[in-house]
Write a new protein. Sequence first.
Length: 190
Amino acid sequence: MRTLISTAFISLDGVVDSPGGEPGYRNSGWTYKDVEFVPEAFEIKGREQKEAAAMLMGRVSYEAFSPLWPDMEDFPDYKVMPKYVVSTTLTDDDLVSNWGETTILRSLDEVAALKETEGGPIIVHGSATLNQGLSDAGLIDRYHLLVFPLLLGAGKRLFSATDKDTQKLKLVEHEAYANGLQKNVFDVVR
């Protein structure tokens, strides 16, 4: 069984909306506008790229990343690894041709089936709505969270407000940085 890892830049109040400057959100770009950059805090991002064997994202994140990430020098390993997009509306004609093999999945059941295949970890970037569904369905195995010392108020959240049973997490790695950023890596306890 493959490990599904959710990675996120997240505010202290749980917001993951538009961390990189995506349009349409009041506090867009909060990861670089409001907190001093400390390179060592982002070490986990390079490690994720080396350890992941595939990337999973929702349609909105795919549409935001696919015009930019294929040509970014920061993401060479992501360019060639298999990508999976969960969408009920995208077609193969909507996929970019310069970002490696991309497969459209139509449901969380198809994500569950993907997890049952052979291979290394699958990393989920962005994709707030998808993350909520994956978490609620019990499909996420690990969280890589870079928690920013900000309260953003409104915005897309990493976790849903679904009334569900308690889900226990085990802290397996953590560090605090001079700029107030915290790295928290949690395994989901089953």
